[in-house]
Design a protein around this ligand. Structure first.
Ligand code: B4P
Length: 187
């Protein structure tokens, strides 16, 4: 099963992705987690990514594409994967389709879109800022991330709709309720 999780920052992609890993026994590939790990370790890649992340902007395509390509090539990703935070623009989605074709698969199976209002997103991420202290969970940066999502990532709904692969679910409710609705559509 090859799944892409789509949704604004704070829509619950990371949260639901963890539960899907446990349920389906396939790995989750989170470009956000990989980038934060690189920043923490102070690698060259992390240094390049940090300024964009702190400003709420997307990190350069070549950096995130490299991360995903390397990870998708590992043996545990052969039976399926959950992509959390990638693709984030049409260029990344086209590259992903190309990578999967080279690996002998006809693209992803489903793009699951979690729909959450902007106000709820700001509330959740400010709450996370208090609990986890992430550098990009500040109100002005959160608003920028929503703007970038609307401009660059939202068009992916049309991209995957054209392939007949997108399903939109309400992302408000308890984590378990939302998980139940995802599993229902994925089967
Ligand atoms: P990400 O790490 O992907 O961050 P995110 O969009 O904020 O989503 P996340 O998965 O963390 O949050 P979730 O919705 O689970 O990206 C961070 C940055 O990395 C980007 O801004 C960009 O700079 C860079 N980046 C990453 N991928 C990239 C790419 N492909 N291309 C370029 N740049 C890239 O949860 C949010 C909060 O809501 C949590 O606190 C959670 O507890 C809470 N929550 C979840 N479900 C809930 C529910 N049902 N009810 C109430 N609260 C809930």
């Amino acid at each position: 099963m090859k799944i892409v999780l789509l949704g604004a920052p704070g829509s619950g992609k990371g949260t639901q992705g963890e539960k899907l890993v446990a349920h389906y026994g396939i790995p989750k590939i989170s470009t956000g987690d990989a980038l934060r790990a690189a920043v923490k370790e102070g690698t060259e890649l992390g240094k390049k990514a940090k300024a964009a992340m702190d400003a709420g902007q997307l990190v350069a395509n070549e950096i995130v594409i490299g991360i995903v390509e390397e990870r998708l090539g590992q043996p545990d990703a052969r039976k399926g994967f959950i992509l959390d935070g990638f693709p984030r623009n049409t260029a990344q989605a086209e590259v992903l389709d190309g990578m999967l074709t080279r690996l002998g698969s006809p693209g992803i199976d489903r793009a699951v879109h979690l729909h959450v209002s902007d106000e709820e997103i700001v509330k959740r991420l400010l709450d996370r800022a208090i609990k986890e202290g992430r550098d990009d969970d500040k109100e002005d940066v959160i608003r920028k991330r929503i703007e970038v999502y609307n401009a660059e990532t939202r068009p992916l709904l049309d991209y995957y709709a054209a392939q007949g692969k997108v399903v939109t679910l309400e992302g408000i409710g308890s984590v378990d309720e939302i998980f139940g609705s995802i599993v229902k559509v994925l089967g």
